[in-house]
Design a protein around this ligand. Sequence first.
Ligand code: MG
Ligand code: MG
Length: 258
Amino acid sequence: MIYLKTDEEIELLRENNLLVSETLAEVGRHIRPGVTTKELDSIAEEFIRSHGAVPAFLGYQGFPASLCISVNEQVVHGIPSSTCVLKEGDIVSVDCGTFMKGFVGDSAYTFAVGEVAEEVRRLMTVTKEALYKGTAQAKAGNRVGDVSAAVQEHAESFGYGVVRELEGHGLGRKMHEDPGVPNYGARGRGPLLKEGMVICIEPMINMGTRTVVFERDGWTVRTRDRKPAAHYEFAVAIRKDGPDVLTDFSIIEQAINN
Ligand code: MG
Ligand code: MG
């Protein structure tokens, strides 16, 4: 069941997703060698609560933290830990959710820890570009497959692996609504995008094989070949005249470039 949102509901989703962007910016300011992923999680939880929201991931299907923090070969759903210490050259994908005024925010960003290898920097850049290319297709009259194919084609043109097991989703009063938004697919296929739909587009792109392993902690997903993966996520409202991106990466990028 796909729920179409009113303009008022889209504004509440925008409020949530801007808070997620601000939270990711706050986390980004603290990312440096020596910090633990648990410390980053605490910073995010306090920031979210101090802005009148609740961390949407905490307790979701039993998830034990406010952020998913996935380092290097971890693709998504990494659990913050006091023993996971970031070091120079790591990349760290941070996925954040909020719940406020009856609606959910959900976005993700991959950060560099200090200087990272050139090939890793390229993976980050291409994954973000894949998100932008998918987002450009997120307009009324297109289909989910148009978004999916745009993401897949860009990532695969660099020889990267596109994760199949996890996908984007509708966003609203619940974190995961219909439709599913895969990062691979065929143009002109899948559900029709209509004005008032809100979807999360979230490419998970691996430097090597697309195959992933689900770790025994019940959450963490990592690349089988242990090469790095990147993950960026936008919440996007579908409008007649094009995509209305509810997430704001410029807040994050201003924070980390200072
Ligand atoms: Mg997310
Ligand atoms: Mg999501």
